[in-house]
Design a binder for this molecule. Structure first.
Ligand SMILES: Nc1ncnc2c1ncn2[C@@H]1O[C@H](COP(=O)(O)OP(=O)(O)O)[C@@H](O)[C@H]1O
Ligand SMILES: [Mg+2]
Length: 422
């Protein structure tokens, strides 16, 4: 979770930096292109006006009379140029500053005639200008000044910027989400699973070394004691001690068996076969009856589903064996009529087997730990490795089933739900 948030932040930050650089670059290129276009537009207009006025200025020069153009002529030549939204002024003037004709456009788009004040105000709004000479041969007989403003383009540039930013934002969000999902799937989730598995393995190794050692240590001590007893001719005491040794070694054997199961469970390859679950229960209860320690346990059956299911038989056997052995081991010695009840049901493609007993039960505050490794809640009542229910749950997952602990008033109840398959 913590990694995921960090990853999302890094991705978002990287995208924002990239996105800003990209938008900035596009903005810069667009405005540079617009500037170049306006400069060449100014030069083009200036040239056009110069061509239009050249013959008449030459005339004026020769006659030195009528030094100003009539309003009609001025309008005919200049008004069409001012129709361009960027053009805010065009003036044609002589070599000594004498204005032949000029037109200016104010912020509202009104075209006005020449006056020094208007000329000045137009100059303050000018962003690009073009000044060219009107020539007669090698002689300069006048000048054309075209004034251009960026203002109408600013709005367009802003619009382009907003559209660009919006497009890149949408693409970036999609990209971030996709990348986040991909990285999460490819790296983070497996890493978290690996961490969990590693912690489990660490606990497992620690417990194994500890649990394997204690029966060896106690057996060694008991062997020494029984040797002494035999030397002293105390055979009864020696037999008692040897019985303890046997129990210790049985525990060791059981632990060794369970540890082997834990280590190999995921690698076992088993075929799916039809299994008669009622027969399997029968076999297992007969085989494990010695675990009841001589106590008569009543076996009850409430079978409501066809007994055949398709599954991996050894996995299923391990689950039932673990549940039945626990029910036998953790019976209630005070109980007048101890029982183990097997119930089957079938509902919407799921086969259900419930195994219930009226034994000593599991303390309520321990219910959430029942399937964890090495958790034993009655270590003094019976022997065991504490791996049985853990293995049962792993086996259930391997056959696609689910095993649940169901709290009851007395004793315990486990429910195994196996999806039916052909
Ligand atoms: N049917 C049961 N009745 C009472 N306690 C049970 C029952 N099944 C399991 N438990 C408790 O859960 C613990 C874990 O079970 P399990 O993993 O099979 O370990 P083990 O059988 O080796 O003790 C047992 O030690 C026992 O305390
Ligand atoms: Mg067990």
């Amino acid at each position: 979770m913590q990694y995921s948030i960090r990853l999302l932040c890094i991705l978002t930050l990287a995208s924002i930096i990239l996105m800003s650089a990209f938008v900035g670059m596009r903005h810069y290129v667009t405005s540079a292109n617009m500037d170049a276009a306006l400069n060449s537009k100014a030069a083009l207009i200036a040239q056009r006006v110069a061509n239009a006025v050249q013959p008449t200025i030459w005339n004026i020069y020769q006659k030195s009379a009528e030094r100003v153009y009539s309003e009609q002529v001025t309008s005919a030549i200049l008004d069409s140029e001012l129709a361009d939204p960027n053009v805010i002024g065009v003036s044609v003037y002589g070599n000594f500053g004498h204005v032949f004709m000029a037109r200016y456009k104010d912020a509202e788009g009104n075209i006005t005639e020449h006056s020094p004040a208007r000329h000045k105000s137009a100059l303050t709004q000018t962003d690009h200008r073009s000044l060219i000479s009107v020539r007669q041969g090698a002689m300069t007989i006048g000048n054309v000044l075209v004034l251009i403003s960026d203002a109408p383009n600013a709005a367009q540039l802003r619009r382009i910027l907003i559209i660009d930013a919006a497009q890149i934002l949408i693409v970036s969000i999609c990209f971030i989400l996709f990348l986040f999902y991909a990285i999460q799937k490819a790296l983070i989730r497996p890493a978290a699973q690996l961490k969990e598995a590693n912690a489990e393995l660490e606990e497992f190794s620690y417990r194994i070394t500890h649990d394997l050692r204690s029966p060896i240590v106690s057996s060694l001590a008991l062997i020494k004691m029984s040797k002494t007893s035999l030397e002293r001719g105390n055979t009864d005491q020696a037999i008692l001690e040897i019985e303890h040794i046997i129990k210790s070694l049985e525990y060791l054997d059981q632990l060794n068996h369970d540890v082997f199961e834990v280590l190999t469970i995921a690698r076992k390859d088993e075929r799916i076969e039809p299994v008669n679950i009622e027969n399997m229960v029968q076999d297992i209860t007969a085989l494990l009856s010695h675990l009841s320690g001589g106590v008569q346990i009543n076996l009850r059956y409430d079978y409501n589903a066809p007994p055949f299911i398709h599954t991996k038989p050894e996995r299923l056997r391990m689950i039932i064996e673990n549940l039945v052995s626990n029910a036998m081991k953790y019976k209630d010695m005070e109980e007048a009529a101890p029982f183990i009840k097997f119930t089957t049901n079938q509902e919407s493609g799921v086969f259900m087997l419930e195994i219930e007993d009226n034994g000593i039960g599991i303390p309520e505050d321990m219910h959430q730990h029942v399937f964890k490794m090495f958790k034993r809640f009655h270590p003094k009542v019976s022997f065991g490795s504490g791996l049985g229910l853990y293995l049962a749950q792993k086996s259930a997952h391997i056959i696609g089933a689910e095993i649940k602990f169901i709290p009851t008033e007395k004793g315990t109840k486990f429910k195994l739900s196996i999806p039916l398959q052909e």
